[in-house]
Design a protein around this ligand. Structure first.
Ligand SMILES: Cc1cc2nc3c(=O)[nH]c(=O)nc-3n(C[C@H](O)[C@H](O)[C@H](O)COP(=O)(O)O)c2cc1C
Length: 330
């Protein structure tokens, strides 16, 4: 069985890798991932707000003298609450690179063009093999059209990709009216891979204290279907590689992701839940399935469940939607 795959120009023995997470904080945990057979690792993110706070004292557009600044600023972590400051992050990348041989991908996280290039370069100079840009933003301004947000995001990708020699992957939320078009814009801007998708971390309301109540819950397989859907739509129709993140919990989930079109399968919740050795369970589950279904290489199976050959993918989508509703009670 040949489970080898390529991602961002790296030849990987299999598609299972660690997504951005606290696994990246410590050399020991990254080493453990490598020892467990993890194909590559994305480090936790350096946040734009850390960069702007450090360079000009601002968080997003807010400067300390702004009247409204104090109330909003306290909702962001303090500078010292981040596990790594910007320079420490670059040093950390350097140490991780010295400690492991698997590809190490740095992560930058934000939504505006500020400060990115300088820090992307620092991370590149520190030896990162690639950068994942996480464009996690929720457009709450009622006057900004979707196209303007997409143009801004594509502009960030372009700016970073233009100044770096290492490949740039782009991780996004799924909420676009026409995600396929947005994907093409990221492609044109120089993205070498699309990472589908950020989870939307909805903040709950604490009705006792009347405050926002943020919390992270680990994902389950139920989140995967949205990702499968977009992998299937994009496979064979965009140049960037495709990574899935969100809802990979079992070997079956990994198999579905590759069948839909994924080049690599990023995992976080499952590794936190079952430990780094779970990578081997994923890999052998894939191998057994390939053997049982007569696929000699992963390239043969990738995209078999995609819409690449559909003459009218939108009609397939509509038909699936109507059939799903009709299936109730049958
Ligand atoms: C505790 C925790 C910390 C995370 N930190 C980051 C981060 O720093 N940057 C990032 O892009 N994603 C981060 N993520 C999101 C993961 O990379 C991943 O996209 C998400 O958890 C969905 O994948 P999963 O279903 O395999 O968990 C984090 C997730 C968790 C659970």
């Amino acid at each position: 069985m040949e489970t080898a795959t390529s991602y961002l120009g790296f030849h990987l023995p299999h598609p299972f890798m660690a997504g951005a997470s606290p696994f990246g904080y410590h050399l020991d945990t990254v080493r453990r991932l490598e020892d467990a057979g993890c194909a590559a690792v994305v480090l936790h993110s350096l946040f734009e707000e850390q960069l702007t706070a450090r360079s000009g004292g601002r968080i997003r557009h807010m400067a300390p003298p702004d009247a409204a600044f104090a109330a909003t600023a306290v909702t962001f972590p303090n500078r010292e609450d981040y596990v790594f400051g910007p320079e420490e992050y670059a040093d950390h990348v350097r140490r991780v690179k010295e400690a492991v041989r698997i590809p190490v991908i740095g992560s930058l996280n934000g939504t505006s063009p500020a400060s990115w290039v300088t820090f992307a370069r620092l991370i590149e100079q520190a030896g990162a093999d690639a950068i994942e840009l996480n464009l996690y933003g929720i457009a709450t301004d009622l006057l900004t059209p979707a196209a303007a947000v997409e143009t801004q995001y594509a502009g960030i990708v372009r700016e970073v990709a233009r100044f770096l020699h290492i490949p740039v992957a782009v991780k996004v939320l799924p909420f676009y009216t026409s995600f396929g078009h947005a994907a093409r814009q990221f492609e044109a801007a120089g993205a070498e891979a699309l990472v589908l998708f950020n989870r939307f971390y909805e903040v709950d309301i604490d009705i006792t204290h009347l405050t926002a109540a943020p919390h992270v819950e680990l994902s389950s397989s139920s989140e995967l279907l949205l990702r499968l859907h977009w992998l299937a739509v994009l496979y064979g129709r965009v140049r960037p590689g495709l990574a899935v993140t969100g809802g990979i919990d079992t070997p079956e989930d990994g198999i579905k992701a590759v069948l839909a079109g994924a080049d690599v399968v990023q995992m976080v919740s499952a590794l936190l839940r079952y430990g780094s050795k779970y990578i081997q369970v994923m890999r052998s589950g894939l191998e057994d399935w390939m053997e049982g279904h007569g696929f000699a290489t992963i390239d043969d199976m990738r995209g078999q469940a995609s819409l690449e050959r559909a003459l009218d993918p939108a009609a397939v989508e509509r038909a699936g939607y109507i059939r799903t509703l009709q299936s109730w009670g049958h």
